[in-house]
Ligand binder design. Structure first.
Ligand SMILES: [Zn+2]
Length: 130
C-alpha cells in the first residue's frame, strides 16, 4: 500500500490531471512526480497532461500483453508539438526519463515520458514512435 502523494510538492500539477480516464483512480509514483516537477521547472511553461495514471482495466492497458508504465504511475503523456516537443525531449533525457514515446502526426500529438529501469525484456533508455 503506497502512501498518498503530497501534491503540494508538485506545484505545477494537480492530481486530477493524472486521474485514470477510465476509472478516475490516481496512483502516481512519488519519484516519477518529483522528476516531472523538476522537468516542468526546466521547461518553464505549462505542460498539458493528456494521460497520466491508467488503471490496468483501462482499454489501452487491457489490450496489452503486459500492463505498461502508466499502470505503475511512472508515465505520462504530454500534449506538445513542434519546437516545444523537441525541447521537452531534450530536457526529459537530461532529467533521467528513460522511455520517450513520440506521437507527432495528426491532431493528437504528444510525447510519452516514463522512468522505468532497464530490464531484459524492456531495455532502457529507449525511444519509439506510435
Ligand atoms: Zn504514454
Amino acid at each position: 500500500m503506497r502512501a498518498p502523494l503530497d501534491w503540494a510538492r508538485y506545484p505545477n500539477f494537480q492530481s486530477q490531471e493524472f486521474a485514470c480516464r477510465h476509472t478516475g483512480r490516481i496512483h502516481m509514483d512519488a519519484d516519477f512526480m518529483g522528476r516531472l516537477q523538476r522537468l516542468r521547472q526546466a521547461f518553464g511553461r505549462p505542460m498539458v497532461i493528456s494521460s497520466g495514471y491508467r488503471d490496468p482495466s483501462h482499454p489501452v492497458e487491457a489490450a496489452k500483453r503486459q500492463p505498461g508504465p502508466h499502470t505503475m504511475g511512472r508515465a505520462c503523456d504530454v500534449a506538445v508539438r513542434g519546437a516545444d516537443a523537441l525541447a521537452l525531449i531534450v530536457l526529459a533525457v537530461q532529467h533521467g526519463f528513460t522511455g520517450i514515446g513520440v506521437q507527432q502526426k495528426g491532431a493528437s500529438r504528444f510525447i510519452h515520458l516514463d522512468d522505468l529501469p532497464s530490464q531484459t525484456h524492456q531495455p532502457r533508455p529507449a525511444i519509439w514512435s506510435y
